[in-house]
Structure formats: structure tokens, C-alpha cells
Design a protein around this ligand. Structure first.
Ligand code: AMP
Ligand code: MG
Length: 355
């Protein structure tokens, strides 16, 4: 005999009952919001627990705020191979390769510059000499990593890896693998600026994900409808520092050693969280014109991704600059707040209504 829920599902014509389980936990230096859509509450709870565990495991591997394998590497004597494990060594090889692919606009070896500008503290204005000294220790050539041996070494005594621009994206990919292994297809994970949307939301429509105003993270200027994609936003809204009235952005240009020009924000869509995260940082550093060129170049090289630049915002309307197919993923736009982009995706609401 059919249970009440299954009977209701059969009568309404939908395939299987779906329940949504939501959790909020402190993780990876932010508040992680996890939503799982599953067949039963038990399944949803187990999957959300697996995600939380996986994010914790990745944080323990990558954090440089306390003891971790990555921190051990950053504190090791120059030229000494450190056992970091195969996973971290492979991740390092991957992010160092992304540095090369972005012409070093994204560069995980920026730690000496982050220190020079004291971006993890109150912030300070680094002198030209301090910038030059830091730059000597920045660049992928200051590291080696061997994934099969599970070792890595820094090759300069003050070289360091900063996980800030890619760790959350890596965490999302790891969580996605855990979900796939447990057979959960519909989930959303929000790490504040880095999100992953898999399958569909409880309603059966793609996930609605807001993109914030570059100067006000609580104000949505457009809504994306996403399925099977990660989205990453880079900007300065709350993470810059102000020193003696001078605003220092936290996005550094690893080529000059100075904060990148603050034009607004950039949002990247890609299947991989790591790729979206690394590229949003790279595109911010490059700015809209060079950023759109690199996006195009990467697409030609077989790296699918889409990008939205939101330019301006201190006064008046934002101007959007987008890659060719970005609009396909846009469900709604606040036309009063932003010009230059329109909704190309059927909104989740109209899809719901038409079912
Ligand atoms: P995101 O918010 O993903 O763009 O990452 C920004 C964080 O990554 C900063 O707070 C720094 O810790 C670090 N970072 C800053 N500039 C860069 C860069 N050009 N490449 C890689 N990491 C960076
Ligand atoms: Mg990033």
C-alpha cells in the first residue's frame, strides 16, 4: 500500500517526494549554508552532515590561520620537502598552474604581499622597498609540489601560499564529490561569495542565487538561475582595510605588488568551484577589459566559464559587462540598479507556474 506521502506524490503527478534539509554552520572562515533536497529527511540530514564534515576536513588541510599541512609548508626551511600528503600536493600543483594560465593575475603565492600590506590585521601602507622585497618571494617558481610523493617545498625563505582566493572553491568541489558518492543530486552550498548549485531546488526549478551590489552585500542587483554550476564573486565590499583614510583593497595584483584597481565586482560561473574561485580573483585583478579577453581566451582553450563584471556603484547605476552566454543564466535584473545585462533564463517563478 502507498504511504501518505507517496500517495500524495502519485496524485500530484510528481515522481518522488522531496524534502529540503537546511543547515548553517561556521566553516572555512565564514557561515556555510547547506541545503539538501532528498527523498527523506534522514537522507537529507546524512548528506548535510557529510558536506559539513568534508568542509571541515578541507579547512583542516588548507587553513593558514592555525596549524595545518599548508601552514607547515609555509613555515618550513627553504628547499626542504615537507610531507603534505598527495591531496594537498595535487591541489598546489593545480593552483600554481592556474597562476600561469591567468598570467599571474591569480597567484596563490601572494602571502608575502598579504603580510606586507597586513591584510590579515588592521592593514598598513607598504613601502616600495617592502613591496620589492615581498615580490622577490612571490610567484609559482618559489614552490615545488610532487603529488605522487605527497611532498611540497618552498624555495625562498619568505615564500608562502595564501588559500584565500581558492580554498572555498576547492572545498565546494570536495563537498560535491561527497554528495555524488552518496547519491544526492540536488543541493546548494553557500560559503558567502562562493556557492555551488547542483540539480534543482525543492520546487524542481534551478536554484535562485543573488548577485549583490559591489558596495552593499545585502542588496541583490540580479538573480541567477543555476543548476550544475559554481558561482564565485570577488570584490572589496567588506574585506578591504582603511589606513589613515586610504582604502586598501584586499585583491592584490601579484605583478605589481599593489592592490588592484577597485572597479566594482566580478562574478564567475564554472562547473568547478576551484576554477570559478581562482578566475573571479584573476578577473578582478585584470579588470573588465583584460578580464573579458582572458575569459574568451580560456573558453577557446576549452575552459568553459562565464563572467559578469559590475562596474561603478559609488553613485548611480552599475554598468554590467558580460561574456557572450552569461545572460542565459540570469533570471531577474533590478533594472534601476544595473544596466547592460538582461534576463535570459526563464525565471524560476514562471517555470514553477507553468508546471
Ligand atoms: P577572493 O575573494 O576569492 O577574490 O580572494 C581574495 C583573497 O585571496 C585575499 O583576501 C587574499 O587573501 C588573497 N589574494 C589577494 N589577491 C590575490 C591574487 N591576486 N591571487 C591569489 N590570491 C589573492
Ligand atoms: Mg577567488
Amino acid at each position: 500500500m502507498l504511504g501518505a506521502v507517496a500517495l500524495a506524490a502519485a496524485l500530484s503527478g510528481s515522481a518522488a517526494p522531496r524534502v529540503s534539509v537546511q543547515r548553517r554552520v561556521a566553516s572555512m572562515g565564514t557561515t556555510a549554508e547547506v541545503e539538501i533536497v532528498a527523498r527523506t529527511r534522514e537522507e537529507g540530514l546524512a548528506a548535510s552532515e557529510a558536506v559539513v564534515e568534508e568542509l571541515r576536513r578541507v579547512e583542516d588541510l588548507l587553513t593558514t590561520w592555525r596549524e595545518s599541512p599548508l601552514r607547515r609548508l609555509n613555515e618550513a626551511p627553504a628547499n626542504r620537502d615537507v610531507e603534505v600528503g598527495g591531496e594537498l600536493a595535487a591541489a598546489l600543483r593545480e593552483v600554481l598552474a592556474w597562476s600561469e594560465r591567468t598570467g599571474r593575475a591569480f597567484d596563490p603565492t601572494v602571502a608575502p604581499l598579504v603580510r606586507a600590506w597586513d591584510l590579515r590585521g588592521a592593514g598598513r601602507i607598504a613601502s616600495s622597498d617592502e613591496i620589492a622585497a615581498a615580490l622577490a618571494a612571490v610567484g609559482p617558481a618559489n614552490f615545488r609540489a610532487d603529488a605522487s610523493a605527497g611532498t611540497a617545498a618552498r624555495l625562498h625563505p619568505s615564500a608562502g601560499i595564501d588559500e584565500g582566493a581558492w580554498g572555498k572553491g576547492y572545498g565546494l568541489d570536495a563537498a560535491a564529490r561527497r554528495l555524488a558518492a552518496s547519491g544526492v543530486a540536488d543541493a546548494r552550498i553557500d560559503l558567502g561569495g562562493q556557492e555551488l548549485a547542483l540539480g534543482t531546488s525543492e520546487s524542481g526549478a534551478p536554484w535562485d542565487i543573488d548577485v549583490a551590489h559591489p558596495r552593499d552585500r545585502n542588496r541583490a542587483v540580479l538573480t541567477l538561475a543555476l543548476s550544475g554550476l559554481s558561482v564565485s564573486t570577488s570584490g572589496n565590499s567588506e574585506r578591504g582595510r582603511t589606513v589613515s583614510g586610504v582604502r586598501i583593497g584586499h585583491e592584490l595584483d601579484p605583478r605589481t605588488g599593489r592592490p588592484a584597481a577597485d572597479f566594482g565586482s566580478v562574478t564567475v560561473l564554472a562547473a568547478s568551484g576551484l576554477v570559478a574561485d581562482a578566475l573571479s580573483t584573476a578577473f578582478f585583478v585584470l579588470g573588465p577589459d583584460r578580464g573579458l579577453e582572458l575569459s574568451e581566451e580560456l573558453r577557446r582553450q576549452g575552459v568553459p566559464q562565464e563572467v559578469l563584471f559590475l562596474v561603478g556603484g559609488d553613485t548611480g547605476r552599475l554598468r554590467a559587462a558580460v561574456s557572450p552566454s552569461f545572460s542565459k543564466h540570469v533570471a531577474r535584473v533590478d533594472e534601476g540598479a544595473v544596466g547592460g545585462v538582461s534576463a535570459g533564463a526563464a525565471s524560476s517563478l514562471s517555470r514553477r507556474e507553468s508546471r
